[in-house]
Design a protein around this ligand. Sequence first.
Ligand SMILES: O=C(O)C1=C[C@@H](OP(=O)(O)O)[C@@H](O)[C@H](O)C1
Ligand SMILES: C=C(OP(=O)(O)O)C(=O)O
Length: 453
Amino acid sequence: MTGTPVHPAHWPAPAASGPVDATVTVPGSKSVTNRGLVLAALAAEPGWLRRPLRSRDTLLMAEALRAMGVRIEETVSSDSGDAPGGGEAWRIIPAGLHGPATVDVGNAGTVMRFLPPVAALANGPVRFDGDPRSYERPLHGVINGLRALGARIEDDGRGALPLTVHGGGALDGGPVEIDASSSSQFVSALLLSAPRFNQGVELRHTGAALPSLPHIRMTVDMLRAAGAAVDTPEAGGERNVWRVAPSALLGRDLVVEPDLSNAQPFLAAALVTGGRVTIPDWPEHTTQPGDALRAIFTEMGGSCELGRDGLTFTGSGRVHGIDVDLSDVGELTPGIAAVAALADSESVLRGVAHLRLHETDRLAALTKEINGLGGDVTETADGLRIRPRPLHGGVFHTYDDHRLATAAAIIGLAVGGVEVENVATTAKTLPDFPGLWTGMLGTERAAAPAPRA
Ligand SMILES: O=C(O)C1=C[C@@H](OP(=O)(O)O)[C@@H](O)[C@H](O)C1
Ligand SMILES: C=C(OP(=O)(O)O)C(=O)O
């Protein structure tokens, strides 16, 4: 392990003493939970979310919907937590949406983008505010889009928080063009509420490349599963256009998949230590971007098998660099950068310029912090170039970014003396990350691997 912390408030990232061999149950998906909450709140009847993620981002979403009149009851069923119907469940009971209300978005992209359209459907003013960083994250696509669709919004003209949506109880809807090149969440936001707009929506993205396409597919899939008619005329040659017809939404009974992006550090631990990690309940089919880790980490030196027990990822003991376009799966970048810093060859991570506007400027933060441990990372116009170097211990700053903290933990497995500043920031999307991490390490195989049963 790592000895005395250099700063008592910092978390000494545990080094692995051998190959990890663990099964890690990862909590529910942030993206599915927060879409599920919004769709259930807009539905015509009550619904259930089972195994929801309970983390800062999802609790802020639930609190905001409650502030607008929705009832959300948190229950723990006495059935086994392993059964699809067992464990924690939230019952969502929609009601007439109303202001006055205040919404704290924290630093949750899903809350700051998905809820202004909901507020436009409410009766009365809804004020949006959040962490200092939320003032810097782009929101112009949602603000401009909603105004074009008939909403009244009071803001300071920067295309960002804070703002007040003066809901009129209904919204015209209709055709609208936005530039969503800085966040796919602008598109998801307008689509999620669109069945409740009088004319639905015909949404067209007009800017440069659109990031995080799997997250838009997740929005479309979940809308359809709730009974909405969504047309994506891509097949007819019309790209970046979505049509949602006005309709009532059904109350669903939805079991939330594990968060595959939060599975990343655990899979990375298998890769970096040449060990083996199983993630139970890995879905066979999913729109979550984390599913891409099967291919990405395999290319970086491991192998994986999807079976009855879940996804088992096995490291080979060697870690290779990678040249990869991450525009579809940008939220995986910090974890991939951490593994790349420990690889046997150079990596180039492309297509993720929009990460400069995430929880922090992730490209600058990863460059500074990995280089602070002796690494050689340079920023490119749209990503990172990472040349592995022998690393040493030191403080890894996290800038209130959960994925910076988990990236630091990955590096700490292989590099003694890494101190993670504010590891508690992982609570944005992952309750008790340090507990899960040390639990995984508690099951490390001894230096000589024990025979498998
Ligand atoms: O819709 C979603 O649930 C998300 C979309 C993506 O946002 P961007 O398109 O802004 O990168 C992703 O990075 C974020 O973590 C979650
Ligand atoms: C970009 C992320 O979050 P947000 O939903 O706040 O945009 C993320 O979780 O990596």
